[in-house]
Design a protein around this ligand. Structure first.
Ligand SMILES: C[S@@+](CC[C@H](N)C(=O)[O-])C[C@H]1O[C@@H](n2cnc3c(N)ncnc32)[C@H](O)[C@@H]1O
Length: 230
């Protein structure tokens, strides 16, 4: 059974889970850059390759850019973003207004470990760059399991600490080494999981097992509710 390392458990005691106000200003600006926006496009495309109907929940949505990309590529999808940081939720709502999508896209305040949705609500649950911050990742995954419909997918994207060299090389070719370093900046704040530890998070959860693959620079943990494992 996978356990969180001692360092990670200690960091989780002292580190705030949701991005505090000053962080939201910085992250909102950073994530508006072409580097991040291109990445959201790629991730949205990947998510929609699993299905573009029904309802989707994005946990730890941050400024909500992924929600905009999902709507642009699948306008019929019901899209909800959720974040535990009140100031991040305020930023995301502003961004939805600026994109003219405040009616189409809902952004709610809430935590992965206690989702305010009924059982079997969503076809898909996603999250990008957030799970390494969750204080209770297994509890969060169990909540994801609960709110997913049977046969639904959870697609959890995050950077891992040991990204394979060929993936890094490919990304550096596309983005440039300097910009790539930006992506690693906030790893100093709270470390990413290793590839193996990320995959192993599924084991003690209700999903029991999952598999991973790389989508650009992000590692995607793919979990399926019912109908066999991912
Ligand atoms: C690095 S940002 C990523 C934001 C966005 N998904 C993106 O890819 O740009 C991580 C976000 O996860 C949120 N977060 C952290 N722990 C959370 C939790 N347990 N439940 C919900 N949101 C959480 C933080 O407040 C922050 O906005």
């Amino acid at each position: 059974m996978a356990r969180l390392s001692l360092t990670r458990r200690l960091l989780k005691i002292f580190h705030p889970e949701g991005i505090p106000w000053i962080g939201t200003v910085f992250y909102n600006a950073l994530s508006a850059t072409t580097l991040f926006q291109r990445n959201y496009d790629v991730v949205a495309q990947d998510i929609l390759s699993y299905g573009s109907e029904g309802s989707i929940l994005d946990i730890g949505t941050g400024p909500g850019w992924l929600l905009v990309k999902l709507h642009q590529q699948a306008p019929r999808l019901r899209i909800i973003g959720l974040d535990t940081s009140a100031s991040m939720v305020a930023k995301a709502r502003k961004n939805m207004v600026a994109a003219g999508l405040s009616e189409e896209i809902e952004v709610k305040e809430g935590n992965a470990s206690q989702l305010s949705f009924a059982d079997n609500t969503f076809e898909t649950v996603v999250s990008t760059g957030s799970i390494h911050h969750w204080k209770d990742p297994i509890g969060g995954l169990n909540e994801v399991y609960r709110v997913l419909k049977k046969g639904g997918n959870a697609l959890l994207y995050d950077i891992v600490s040991d990204t394979p060299k060929p993936v890094l090389k490919e990304m550096a070719r596309g983005y440039g080494r300097l910009k790539m370093m930006l992506l690693w900046l906030h790893a100093f704040e709270e470390p990413f999981y290793s590839h193996k530890a990320f995959e192993m998070l599924a084991q003690p959860s209700l999903f029991k097992a999952g598999r991973t693959r790389f989508v650009g620079v992000l590692c995607c943990l793919i979990l399926r509710k019912g109908g066999g494992d991912a």
